[in-house]
Design a protein around this ligand. Structure first.
Ligand SMILES: Cc1cc2nc3c(=O)[nH]c(=O)nc-3n(C[C@H](O)[C@H](O)[C@H](O)COP(=O)(O)O)c2cc1C
Length: 197
């Protein structure tokens, strides 16, 4: 069994179109080959790092206490065979709770390491799949560089050491009175990606 970690940052819950992409993805995963664990950073109560919590973490790392309970999300992220991140497009990137999750899993010695020749990802995951939906249209437009959500996730996937990055996005959902075909096309893409894992 390969372990899939689903990081669910679909803040609007049942109303979320990104959550529809996620359900489509999960429906096409081969249940005999993949086991899925879901983490919802909002429900877990994860917090942004502060001077105090950074100090505690630095102390743990200095003592080599990588098995500390507070670092469990980083260990889980680094150990997954595949990681799926689902998050809508907010303020040209993604909701703050996803950044909070990234701060919590980005731990030197667990998910990456710094050596003399630079940064090396330590995550064992083969692929990082990013599922997202956007109100506007950015791909292949003059505003393409305003899209900082998938771009950031792609850079992070390399930082953490994933072999491959895949993004499934639906765009322009808030620019039409009938977004249904756009969502349905992205759901189909999500199923195709999942079936090919
Ligand atoms: C707080 C918030 C911020 C948003 N920021 C943007 C934005 O910067 N650009 C954009 O094109 N759409 C933006 N949108 C629209 C969402 O990207 C779009 O409605 C998306 O489909 C929402 O995903 P969801 O249905 O999974 O919640 C924003 C929506 C919300 C609620």
């Amino acid at each position: 069994m390969r372990e899939v970690l689903l990081v669910d940052c679909c803040v609007r819950g049942e109303q979320s179109r990104t959550a529809r992409l996620t359900r489509a993805f999960l429906s096409a995963l081969d249940g005999s080959r993949f086991h899925v664990t879901t983490v919802d950073p909002g429900k877990e109560g994860l917090k942004p790092l502060t001077a105090d919590t950074l100090g505690v973490r630095d102390d743990l790392l200095a003592r080599g206490a990588l098995d500390d309970e507070s670092l469990r999300f980083a260990r889980q992220f680094a150990a997954a065979d595949e990681v799926v991140v689902a998050a809508p497009f907010w303020e040209l990137s993604f909701p703050a709770i996803l950044k909070v999750y990234i701060e919590n899993v980005s731990v030197s010695g667990i998910s990456f390491e710094m050596l003399d020749d630079g940064i090396h990802g330590l995550c064992r995951g083969r692929r990082l799949v990013f599922l997202t939906t956007r109100g506007g249209v950015y791909e292949n437009t003059a505003w393409a560089d305003w899209e900082q959500g998938s771009r950031t996730m792609e850079a992070l996937s390399r930082f953490f050491g994933f072999d491959e990055y895949i993004c499934v996005a639906a765009e322009g959902l808030d620019m039409t009175s009938d977004p249904e075909p756009l969502v349905a096309a992205a759901e189909e893409q999500a199923r195709t990606v999942a079936a090919a894992l």
